[in-house]
Design a protein around this ligand. Structure first.
Ligand code: IPD
Ligand code: CA
Ligand code: CA
Length: 266
C-alpha cells in the first residue's frame, strides 16, 4: 500500500489488532451475548469489545484527539481539530447471523474535513483505505469506480428502512421508482461496505436514508478518492450526524438522483 500518513498507519494497526478478537467472536457467534438496543438495532458484546480495542490503540498515540463512536458516543468533545470516527462493526445484523458481510470502519477528520479512512472486512481479508489526494486502495491495489454510463445497466445497492423508521412509505416509494428503471438492486446490510463496493466498481451506485455519520465517514473518502461522487440530500440542520446519501461512480449520479426525487409513482 502506498498510503503512509501517520494516521492511516495508526488506523490500519488498530484494525488489525481489533480484528483478531472479532474473527474469534465471529467463529463463536452462537455464544455471543446479545442484547437489544432498540427495534431492529442489536448490539453484541463483540461490538463493545472491538470498539474498546480500537479506542485504546488510537488513544495510546493521541490521548487528546476527539473520538465519535457508535457505542461510546463522544470522547474529548473540546478537540474539534482532530477527530476519529469509528463504527466498530458495520453490518451487525450480518455478523450476528454468521454472514461475513461486515466491517470495521474508521475515518480521521482534521478541522471537520475527512483526511483518511479505512474499511476492513476481516473475514474476507479486504482492507479498503484512502488518503485525501493519494487515491484509494483495496489491500495493495489501487481501486477505481466503474465506468458504466447507462443507469439501466447499473448494479445498485441500497439499505433500510430501519425497524423504527417513521418514513418507511417514502423509502419504499423511492425504491419502487428506482427499480422500475434499474432491474438490479441489492441490499447487503453494511453501509460501509456498500460504499467500498461502489469505490472498487463492484456496484455502480448506492443510496440510503437515515444513516449515521459513522456508517459512512470512511466510505466517503474511499469513494471520492476512487473517482466517485458523494452527495447528501434533505439534510436536517438540527441533526448533522444523520445523513441521507447518494454515492455513485459519477456517471449515473444525476439520473439516479432524478429517480429518487421522482414524486409520482406511475
Ligand atoms: C447499519 C448498517 C446497515 C444500514 C443501517 C445501519 P450497524 O449499521 O450499515 O447497512 O442499513 O442503517 O445502522 O448497526 O450494523 O452498525
Ligand atoms: Ca453502522
Ligand atoms: Ca455498528
Amino acid at each position: 500500500m502506498r498510503l503512509n500518513s501517520p494516521q492511516i498507519n495508526l488506523i490500519t494497526r488498530a484494525c488489525m489488532k481489533a480484528s483478531r478478537s472479532l474473527i474469534r467472536d465471529f467463529g463463536e457467534i452462537e455464544n455471543l451475548q446479545v442484547s437489544t438496543k432498540g427495534p431492529g438495532d442489536f448490539v453484541s458484546s463483540a461490538d463493545k469489545r472491538t470498539e474498546k480495542i480500537l479506542i485504546d490503540e488510537l488513544q495510546k498515540a493521541h490521548p487528546d484527539y476527539g473520538i465519535l463512536t457508535e457505542e461510546t458516543g463522544i470522547i474529548n468533545k473540546s478537540n474539534t481539530k482532530n477527530r476519529w470516527i469509528i463504527d466498530p462493526i458495520d453490518g451487525t445484523m450480518n455478523f450476528l447471523n454468521g454472514i461475513p458481510q461486515f466491517a470495521i470502519s474508521i475515518a480521521y477528520e482534521e478541522n471537520g474535513e475527512i483526511k483518511c479512512g479505512v474499511i476492513f472486512n476481516p473475514i474476507m481479508n479486504e482492507m479498503y483505505c484512502a488518503e485525501k489526494g493519494n487515491g484509494s486502495y483495496l489491500n495493495n491495489s489501487r481501486i477505481r469506480v466503474s465506468n458504466k454510463k447507462n443507469i439501466n445497466d447499473a448494479l445498485l445497492v441500497t439499505g433500510g428502512p430501519k425497524g423504527a423508521s417513521q418514513i418507511k412509505d417514502k423509502i419504499f416509494s423511492e425504491y419502487i421508482n428506482v427499480s422500475k428503471n434499474v432491474p438490479n438492486i441489492r441490499k447487503f446490510g453494511s453501509a460501509a461496505l456498500d460504499m467500498a463496493y461502489v469505490a472498487c466498481g463492484r456496484f455502480d451506485g448506492y443510496w440510503q436514508r437515515e444513516l449515521n455519520y459513522w456508517d459512512i465517514a470512511a466510505g466517503i473518502i474511499i469513494l471520492k478518492e476512487a473517482g466517485g461522487f458523494v452527495d447528501f440530500f434533505e439534510q436536517d440542520a438540527d441533526s448533522p450526524l444523520k445523513k441521507n446519501i447518494l454515492a455513485t461512480n459519477s456517471n449515473i449520479h444525476e439520473e439516479l438522483k432524478e429517480l429518487i426525487n421522482k414524486k409520482d409513482i406511475e
